[in-house]
Design a binder for this molecule. Structure first.
Ligand SMILES: Cc1ncc(COP(=O)(O)O)c(C=O)c1O
Length: 409
């Protein structure tokens, strides 16, 4: 496929944008299971190390299978977006071993001891712990506010001039709260701050944060991008190509959080069906949210597609569709939650999200186990909260399973 081809639809980007012709005419991206790459001569080795000649050196530094995945995700996040000069937006991506690894590179290459990170109070538990334990111990303090309130964000920026980076997860885990990317980025730029967005729940099909001028996007590719639950992975994307090719690349190589060729291959295969999968996940989710919100055993449903969700308007503004993630509270609390989960016959009891099958988890005892109860309750993560990643099964089967599991609760 020519690099100049202008794609009309995002499925074509997902299928073709990263694909290059391989020397052996392989149709699919080969799995380059090699740790190192050869040089014809010492001179060539020198040229590659000095950057005068393009080419691979060592797989921690880059690998042709990673490159296809990286270019595909970069093309998806930049799809139909323009840079400040009106030219097609160019992004650089680095494929990581996990979402956590991508986040680590993002934080480490932007922050140093004495800097602070501003973030929202509802966040994936692992990222929350990374900020509060690892980064904090290294002198980088997190400042946590309700980022849906712009006044609170501005107050924090004024009170903590050390804040260098604002990190947004939207929709957020597991409350499905949404933060207004455009409004926060505008404010951040007035104060000269860096903005990063965790786009894991939405995927670039539903939300493109670079549209609003953010600096970095990261994903846990483990989720909807892979789509089949076959590999852990993460990606960091940036639009400042000089920074990405220099400092971010150096930190990526030195921290050693790179992906591996087999997982990259699985991700490439998964991404090809992103659009069609997301459409099915999303249409099922709307019906599930409708069903749950009318059920007498449930006190409330957090799904930003419901008009009753406090962030419905923000989700409508920045997302193509509210997505496939939701959480809900059983009136019977923890005991009812446990019974409900144990009774499921088709939906799967597991953490993680974004796989073809419906996954149901209990954040208090699973994803947010490492967050104290007191803190958890502040975030709206109550003892009886159930999180659901709506799968692609037949909707009648999902509803039937939920109905029987909710019986008499
Ligand atoms: C929103 C979000 N960000 C980041 C991560 C971390 O990703 P990984 O598990 O791939 O390291 C997760 C994992 O669940 C997540 O849900």
């Amino acid at each position: 496929m020519s690099n100049d081809f202008s794609y009309n639809g995002i499925s074509s980007v997902a299928i073709h944008a990263g694909n290059k012709s391989f020397s052996d005419s392989s149709h699919l991206t080969p799995i380059y299971a090699t740790s190192t790459f050869t040089f014809d001569t010492a001179e060539q080795g020198m040229e590659r190390f000095s950057g005068k000649q393009e080419g691979y050196i060592y797989s921690r530094w880059g690998n042709p299978t990673f490159k296809v995945a990286e270019e595909t995700i970069a093309a998806l996040e930049a799809f139909k977006l323009k840079d400040e000069h009106g030219k097609p937006l160019q992004l650089k991506a680095f494929l990581h071993a996990s979402g956590q690894a991508a986040m680590t590179t993002l934080l480490m290459c932007n922050l140093k001891t004495g800097d602070k990170i501003l973030s929202h109070y509802s966040l994936y538990g692992g990222i929350h712990e990374l900020m509060h334990k690892v980064m904090h111990q290294n002198g980088i303090e997190p400042v946590i506010v309700d980022m849906r309130d712009l006044n609170k964000v501005e107050n924090a920026l004024q009170q903590h001039p050390e804040i260098k980076l604002i990190h947004i997860e939207t929709p957020a885990n597991p409350t499905i709260q949404c933060v207004d990317i455009e409004a926060i980025t505008k404010l951040a730029k007035q104060y000269n701050k860096i903005v990063s967005v965790d786009n894991t729940f939405a995927t670039p099909y539903l939300q493109q944060p670079f549209k609003y001028g953010v600096d970095f996007v990261m994903h846990s590719t483990t989720k909807f991008l892979n789509g089949h639950g076959t590999a852990i992975g993460g990606v960091l994307l940036g639009k400042d190509l000089a920074f990405m090719n220099d400092k971010a690349y150096k930190w990526y190589k030195l921290l050693g959080g790179n992906s591996n060729p087999f997982d990259a291959f699985l991700l490439i295969q998964g991404m090809k069906t992103l659009e069609i999968r997301m459409d099915r996940h999303c249409s099922n989710a709307v019906k599930v949210a409708d069903f749950l919100s009318q059920h007498k055993a449930i006190s409330h449903v957090n799904y930003n597609g419901l008009a009753s969700h406090p962030d419905h308007a923000v989700a409508e503004k920045q997302m193509k569709h509210p997505g496939a993630m939701m959480s809900f509270e059983l009136k019977g609390g923890l005991e009812a939650g446990k019974k409900f989960i144990d009774r499921l016959q088709m939906c799967v009891r597991a953490v993680s999200l974004g796989t073809v099958d419906t996954l149901v988890s209990h954040p208090a005892s699973m994803s947010h186990y490492g967050v104290s109860r007191e803190e958890r309750l502040q975030f709206g993560i109550t003892d009886g909260l159930i999180r659901m990643s709506t799968g692609m099964e037949n909707i009648e089967d999902i509803l039937q399973d939920l109905e029987q599991a909710l019986q008499d609760l």
